[in-house]
Write a protein that binds this ligand. Structure first.
Ligand code: S3P
Length: 174
């Protein structure tokens, strides 16, 4: 019973489908859906890529932290986080106080298929995209795995099928 109404916090690399799957999961469970990147863009009135270009990554990370603090008081929300949320352990600690951390696990090929042409991912600009994905993913995987209460493979299947997979993995926890 202690998990009742906990938030469901989606973590994972850029392009693994946190937003798409999060929306679907929230609709399925009648939870509110919140996307930390969207919150930040709305509050700053600027796209993520512009925040990075004009104000820099440390400034973005401060905004991300502020968003996490705001969200830690919420209940019964599905929260799609930015792929770098795990860079600050305190972010995950706050989110996990009232939330179940779900890692959406994707291969580099899957990620590339989803965001290979995307211009709003500043950390993946200015080099061979597949190499950038592989390098950063490898660096981040230990943190995603360490913080995950549940891991769900998102490579293969439709959005509905993967959402089923997440709901099944949550059985008994919500
Ligand atoms: C980032 C991921 C992005 C966004 C920013 C930084 C990261 O979010 O927060 O570009 O460090 O991995 P998505 O995971 O939604 O693409």
């Amino acid at each position: 019973m202690e998990n009742l109404k906990k938030n469901l916090v989606l973590i994972g690399f850029m392009g693994c489908g946190k937003t798409t799957l999060g929306r679907k999961l929230a609709a399925r469970l009648s939870y509110e859906f919140i996307d930390t990147d969207k919150m930040i863009e709305t509050e700053e009135g600027m796209a993520i890529s512009d925040i990075f270009a004009l104000k820099g990554e440390p400034y973005f990370r401060t905004l991300e932290k502020k968003a996490v603090i705001k969200l830690s008081g919420k209940k019964q929300c599905v929260i799609a986080t930015g792929g770098g949320i795990i860079k600050k352990e305190s972010n995950v600690n706050l989110l996990s106080k009232n939330g179940i951390i779900i890692y959406l696990k994707a291969t580099p090929e899957h990620i590339y298929r989803n965001i290979g042409n995307d211009k709003n991912r500043p950390l993946l600009q200015g080099g061979d995209k597949m190499t950038l994905i592989r390098t950063l993913l490898e660096e981040r995987i230990p943190a995603y795995e360490k913080y995950a209460e549940i891991s769900v493979d998102v490579t293969g299947g439709t959005v509905n099928q993967i959402t089923d997979r997440i709901v099944n993995a949550l059985e008994g926890k919500i």
